[in-house]
Design a protein around this ligand. Sequence first.
Ligand code: ADP
Length: 313
Amino acid sequence: MKNNNLPDNAIEITDLTKIYNNNNEEDLIALNSVNLEIPRGSMFGLLGPNGAGKSTFINILAGLTLKTSGQAIVWGFDLDKNPRSVRASLGVVPQEIYVDPFFSPKETLHQQAGMYGVLPKDRNVDFLLKTLDLEDKSNAYTRTLSGGMKRRLLVAKSMVHRPPILILDEPTAGVDIELRKQLWAYIRKLNEHGTTIILTTHYLEEAEELCDTIAIVNHGEIIRCAPTKEILSDADSKNITLILSKDYNDKSIIEKIGGIVDKDGNISISYNPKQETSRDILKKAEEAGLKVNDFSVTGASLETVFLSMTSNK
Ligand code: ADP
């Protein structure tokens, strides 16, 4: 703790383990002795494929799932000793959208604040409606809100008791790119106001855009936790797809330039952008006798990040 009584870490996790005892089947280790520190004020991403253990982690903190062993300290409070204070320190935005269609956003937020025992004079309903751009719709029926607005209302709902930590579980699953970017902007705004943000995602792009630090989870273990820049430079890999003017059956040419034929019959080549440019690859392809009609370059994917991490070990 610092002098101002705020904890240095919003969350401190030690040896957190969750084993699901499935009847008649083998026990499943969803979290395997996880250690993690999430600094106060950060935008922290838990990144991993489906089934990695992200929701289990969130649900333990939110008090929805019981841990098997280990310790979780949230905003200085021990989950075992002080679960109510832990709960009060967290706002959790669930994956699925459910908002009562017959209440207005304003009523929804006041109702939620009441459930948390926040006195009317202490409520920050107007601030939240403003920050999440729902002011115009404050008194409209919630059922008339667009999908993006409903999601923002869920974020506001999770913040009415002024938790210092906001957790978003797959915030933009099934949300189109435009709405996704909008929601990111609101989340950033909350972070600028001092809220520590933790989000789970299986989109590298989302973690990259939003998070200053990323923990990569796989099979219930944190395989890497580092500033986002470092994680991305681990994955020194880009991909170029060459669209050729005709099919080439001569595999040796394709192998010579380090490519593989993808499912559309195009040639896909991974390269390290620190060592080569896309121009170098195109030159190599043409020198090998391929006639390239068009090409596209994509950045590292979650898969390439994983691959580079496991191959570095
Ligand atoms: P993620 O959120 O990263 O997709 P989860 O935490 O949902 O991962 O799941 C981690 C593992 O735990 C998965 O293998 C999943 O099938 C299993 N699991 C999750 N919830 C339960 C449950 N209630 N009972 C049994 N197994 C579960």
